[in-house]
Design a protein around this ligand. Structure first.
Ligand code: ADP
Ligand code: MG
Length: 525
């Protein structure tokens, strides 16, 4: 539908275009775009920004977890690709930006979060100074916490820059403690909350969208589709295409209608509509698409072909528009909801085996540990998942993404029951100590206190049973030492350390992680 006009959305487009025009005139801002999955946020954002005079750079949050500042790094790389890699920031701050973009040179050995934020702010200002720009940060419900904290800190500086930051997120199923809620309340407190909420289409607009797929539709078909889809455009398109492919329509006096006497019910979920639309796939294509759904929203077709045991990638999936090429050597599902539908079709035991196979291959190619960990966890390999999570936590800590480090470490501990600490020299307790350090650095003081106390209990037990000298609860100075230890980059204790991982510029776009696990994620568990 890219070359077609949007249906409806006049008011939302006008609002976004007005803010884009302000940005073009040097008065930028941060704007949030909310709405349920498939309602049309990405489509609206792209359409409103096209022709705005702003250079549009896109970054996206990834289900299952993004590396620190993932969407922002993507935007910076997109710019470097266009501009041929000229320096974004000059002087001492360049080394701080290199923490996120290793291709810029050696990273700073010492630093803090405020300095890194400043380096990013200057880089974005430099981009906008060359040409007024819009950053479209999509699917922020899956972004790392560091990205969202950065946005809160950045908002004020946009006032005087030709830079619009448009952040889209799924507003349904957002848990109470999701960092987007924190971002929104901070913006509201500062009097800077600008949000457009995208609602489903009305009945008339739904019919107009249906008719783009089917041609003229009669009144009862229109009504049936509106009742099923509630006007969610993604669902309308899938249902329309599924019906067209199923041969269940006939010409009526004022357009197509459902066949008389047809007793097969209309699909009543997005998932059923997606699957019905794809009902005619060959066996190979079906195996490939189910395996790809386990691999991720974007995936390497070669990896998927190998894991699925197929001789080659079946082109049928591209032809049918189920997947599209995302970058050289990478493919993506047309929409996260398409991937969700196929993922739900993979039988449980097969799913576990596939996640393991994907984890193994990704680990061998040094993919981001946060991605690898998710596959190990879903492949029911807690020890491997834990090791990858701890490496990921270290990487978060190294770029001052303390909340992400805290969340990741907590997940590692969840996969590490206390009784399993036996014989590991108290490695679990060491990790607990690091978790408390992260919580403290993230400003979560009450949480840090609780963890310190839990750790103290564990240490006391160990020292009573003579297995380890106490040294706990840590004095404030030893706490500080514990805190310093991790950010300085020492590797956390890992039961079976995976290969060393260093962030590298991905040649074909960033690797896209697998399934959920991030709060607020719906779809694949
Ligand atoms: N206003 C609209 N008019 C026509 N088609 C739309 C409209 N909004 C969304 N669509 C279609 O619906 C599908 C889902 O939209 P998308 O923007 O990806 O949703 P979201 O980003 O909210 O998940 C896309 O295929 C898009 O072409
Ligand atoms: Mg979207």
């Amino acid at each position: 539908m890219d070359d077609q006009l949007l249906i409806g959305r006049e008011r939302e487009q006008a609002q976004l275009r007005a803010w884009a025009a302000d940005a073009l005139a040097g008065r930028g801002s941060l704007v949030l775009l909310a709405g349920e999955a498939g309602v049309g946020k990405t489509t609206l954002a792209r359409r409103a920004l096209a022709g705005s005079g702003l250079e549009v750079l896109e970054g996206v949050g990834v289900q299952g977890g993004t590396s620190a500042f993932g969407p922002v790094v993507e935007v910076l790389r997109a710019h470097l690709r266009i501009e041929g890699g000229g320096p974004l920031v000059e002087g001492p701050l360049a080394a701080h930006l290199a923490l996120l973009l290793p291709e810029l040179g050696p990273p700073a050995a010492e630093g803090d979060r405020a300095t890194l934020f400043e380096a990013i702010r200057l880089a974005l200002a430099a981009i906008a100074a060359r040409r007024p720009a819009a950053l479209l940060l999509d699917d922020l419900q899956w972004a790392d916490d560091a990205t969202l904290e950065l946005l809160a800190a950045l908002a004020r500086s946009l006032d005087t820059q030709p830079l619009l930051v448009l952040g889209a997120f799924r507003s349904d199923e957002l848990p109470r403690d999701h960092p987007i809620r924190r971002l929104r309340s901070e913006l509201r407190r500062a009097g800077r909350l600008r949000q457009v909420t995208v609602e489903p289409l009305e009945a008339e607009a739904t019919a107009a969208l249906l008719e783009r797929t089917l041609g003229a539709a009669g009144p009862s078909l229109r009504r049936a589709v509106f009742d099923r889809t509630d006007g969610v455009p993604f669902f309308v398109n899938e249902l329309g295409s599924a019906l067209a492919a199923s041969g269940r329509l006939e010409a009526g006096p004022s357009g197509l209608e459902l066949l008389e006497g047809e007793d097969v019910p209309l699909p009543d979920s997005v998932r059923d509509a997606v699957l019905l639309r794809a009902a005619g796939l060959s066996d190979d294509a079906r195996v490939a698409v189910l395996t790809a759904a386990v691999a991720g929203q974007t995936f390497d077709p070669e990896l998927v072909t190998a894991v699925a045991g197929l001789p080659e990638w079946p082109d049928e999936l591209l032809r049918q528009g189920i997947v599209a090429e995302a970058a050289p050597g990478r493919m993506a599902f047309r929409h996260a909801l398409v991937r969700d539908a196929f993922y739900g079709e993979v039988p449980w035991t097969r799913r576990v085996a596939l996640h393991r196979a994907v984890a193994e291959r990704l680990e061998a190619t040094h993919a981001a540990p946060v991605v690898v960990a998710e596959h190990w966890a879903l492949g029911r390999r807690p020890e491997q998942a834990r090791a990858s999570l701890l490496v990921a936590a270290e990487a978060f800590c190294a770029v001052h993404a303390y909340r992400d480090a805290e969340r990741t470490t907590r997940r590692a501990l969840e996969l590490w029951p206390e009784e399993r600490d036996e014989g590991t020299g108290g490695a679990r307790l060491d990790v607990l100590e690091r978790l408390a350090g992260c919580a403290e650095l993230a400003g979560d003081l009450a949480e840090a206190g609780t963890i310190w106390r839990a750790g103290a209990g564990g240490r006391a037990t160990r020292s009573r049973s003579g297995r380890r000298s106490a040294g706990w609860p840590p004095s404030s100075s030893s706490r500080a030492a514990g805190r310093r230890r991790w950010p300085a980059g020492s590797r956390p204790p890992a039961p079976s350390p995976p290969p060393a991982w260093r962030p590298r510029p991905p040649p074909n776009g960033s690797p896209r992680p697998p399934t959920s696990g991030r709060p607020g994620a719906s779809g694949p568990p």
